[in-house]
Design a protein around this ligand. Structure first.
Ligand SMILES: [Zn+2]
Length: 84
């Protein structure tokens, strides 16, 4: 079960929607340096030092591709690509 937490409002780098909450695999809220995925479009981002949203680099994306979450991310990205 994923836990929901509020985070400072940010804008998705891909779809420009406002994001102000995360669902976490842990029992803690997001911190700077954590990876986050836009719930609307599947963009893979990173929280910066001030919790601003930044693009994730290729190493992070390649690591994420090997996790159980990847199928969900890929489904969100396919949905986004269909809408564009
Ligand atoms: Zn997005």
């Amino acid at each position: 079960m994923l836990n929901s937490f509020s985070v400072p409002e940010g804008i998705c780098i891909s779809c420009s929607r406002k994001l102000n909450a995360v669902k976490s695999l842990s029992h803690e809220t997001a911190r700077p340096g954590d990876v986050t995925i836009c719930n609307y479009c599947g963009a893979i981002m990173l929280f910066g030092p001030k919790m601003e949203l930044r693009p994730a680099d290729e190493n992070i994306i390649r690591t994420l591709e090997k996790t159980a979450l990847w199928a969900e991310v890929a489904a969100l990205q396919r949905k986004r690509d269909t809408l564009l």
